[in-house]
Design a protein around this ligand. Structure first.
Ligand SMILES: Nc1nc2c(ncn2[C@@H]2O[C@H](COP(=O)(O)OP(=O)(O)O)[C@@H](O)[C@H]2O)c(=O)[nH]1
Ligand SMILES: [Mg+2]
Ligand SMILES: [Zn+2]
Length: 306
C-alpha cells in the first residue's frame, strides 16, 4: 500500500489488516532490461510471513508477477535507473476540466498514450460541469464522441450538483484505480464525495511535485471500501515522460493502429508520405484533428505536458 525507505506497509489479504514488513533477500531489480531502483512498488502482491507478530512486523518473502506496471526514469538516482511508480493497476483515470483550470487536449492525449503504452485501460472524467454553459456542454459531448469510440470511456461529473457521482463510485468499485489530473480539477473533492472518511492527505506532496521540488514521490494506495482501491501518485505529470520511439508511437493511438497497415509504406509515420491511410482518414473526418495534432506534437518530442 505504501513504502517508506526499507519498510513496506502491507495489507493482509485475509482480513485487510495492515502490517509493516521488510524484504528478505535479494530480488531481481532488472525489469525489461531496465535497472530498477525500488524492488517493490505500490500495488505489488507479495507473499509474507510473521517476523514479530506482537509488534505487527512481517517479512516479505516473494513478489508475485505483475499484471502491468508504470515505470519512469529516476530523477534523483544514478542516470540510467528507473523507478516503478505502481503496479497491478486496473485502470488509469484522468480527471480533467474544460475550465478552472483548463486541461489541454494535448495533456489528455499524452496521458492516454502513456496509459496505453503500459497496457492500462484509461478513462476520462470531466469534472465541474456545473460551471459550463450550453456551449461548454456541447464541447464536452464532442470530446466524448471523439474518445469513447477509441475505447476511452468518459464521464461528466460535478461535486456541486452531484452529476455523475454515483457513476464515478461504480467506476471505481472492486478495482485498483490510478487517479490523476492537474491540481485544482477536483480529485480530492470527488473522492470525498464517495468516501468522506478517507481524508486524502496528498495535497502537499502533489503541490511540491508540481513545483519541481525533488521530493521522494512514491505513490500511495488507499482502500476506499473493501476491495476498492485508489492510487494517488504524486507528480503524476511524470506520466507524460514516457519515452516512445517515434516509429512506434502510432501503436498507442487506437485510430491509427487500426489503419496503418493500409499505408503504402510499411514505415509510414503519417506526416507527408503518399497514400497514407491515416492522413486519408483524417481528411475524411474519421480521425479527430485534435488527436492528429497531439500525435504530431508527440512525434516531435514537444514537451507539451501542461
Ligand atoms: N464548481 C465546482 N468546483 C469544484 C468541483 N469540484 C471541486 N471543485 C472546487 O475546485 C477546487 C479544487 O478542488 P480539489 O478537490 O482540491 O482539487 P484537486 O487539487 O484536484 O484535489 C476546490 O475549491 C473545490 O471546491 C465541481 O464539480 N464544481
Ligand atoms: Mg487534491
Ligand atoms: Zn501512414
Amino acid at each position: 500500500m505504501r513504502t517508506t525507505g526499507s519498510w513496506y506497509n502491507v495489507r493482509a489479504e485475509e482480513d485487510g489488516a495492515m502490517l509493516k514488513c521488510r524484504l528478505r533477500g535479494k530480488f531481481k531489480i532488472i525489469l525489461d532490461k531496465k535497472k530498477i531502483t525500488n524492488p517493490i512498488a505500490v500495488g505489488d502482491r507479495v507473499v509474507w510471513e510473521w517476523e514479530d507478530k506482537p509488534e505487527n512486523i512481517g517479512m516479505i518473502t516473494n513478489i508475485l508477477p505483475r499484471e502491468n506496471y508504470i515505470i519512469r526514469k529516476s530523477v534523483h538516482k544514478k542516470a540510467g535507473h528507473s523507478h516503478i511508480l505502481a503496479s497491478n493497476v486496473s485502470q488509469a483515470i484522468l480527471i480533467a476540466t474544460l475550465a478552472y483550470p483548463r486541461t489541454s487536449l494535448g495533456f489528455i492525449d499524452r496521458f492516454l498514450v502513456t496509459a496505453q503504452s503500459f497496457d492500462i485501460p484509461a478513462k476520462i472524467i470531466f469534472n465541474k460541469t456545473d460551471l459550463l454553459e450550453e456551449g461548454g456542454m456541447a464541447i464536452l459531448q464532442q470530446l466524448k464522441n471523439t474518445y469513447e469510440p477509441l475505447g476511452y470511456a468518459c464521464l461528466f461529473t460535478s461535486t456541486i450538483t452531484g452529476e455523475g457521482i454515483d457513476a464515478f463510485h461504480a467506476l471505481l468499485k472492486d478495482k485498483i484505480s490510478l487517479l490523476s489530473g492537474h491540481s485544482g480539477v477536483g480529485k480530492t473533492s470527488l473522492v470525498n464525495m464517495i468516501a468522506p472518511g478517507l481524508n486524502l492527505p496528498t495535497k502537499e506532496i502533489s503541490d511540491f511535485a508540481e513545483k519541481g521540488v525533488h521530493t521522494t514521490t512514491f505513490a500511495e494506495m488507499f482502500e476506499l471500501e473493501p476491495n476498492t482501491f485508489i492510487i494517488d501518485a504524486p507528480g503524476i505529470k511524470e506520466l507524460g515522460l514516457v519515452e516512445i520511439d517515434p516509429k512506434e508511437l502510432h501503436h498507442q493511438f487506437p485510430e491509427m493502429s487500426s489503419r496503418f497497415s493500409a499505408c503504402k509504406y510499411y514505415n509510414c509515420i503519417h506526416v507527408n508520405e503518399p497514400n497514407c491511410a491515416v492522413i486519408d482518414a483524417l481528411n475524411k473526418g474519421e480521425i479527430a484533428q485534435s488527436r492528429y495534432l497531439s500525435y504530431l506534437s508527440m512525434l516531435e518530442g514537444d514537451d507539451n505536458r501542461r
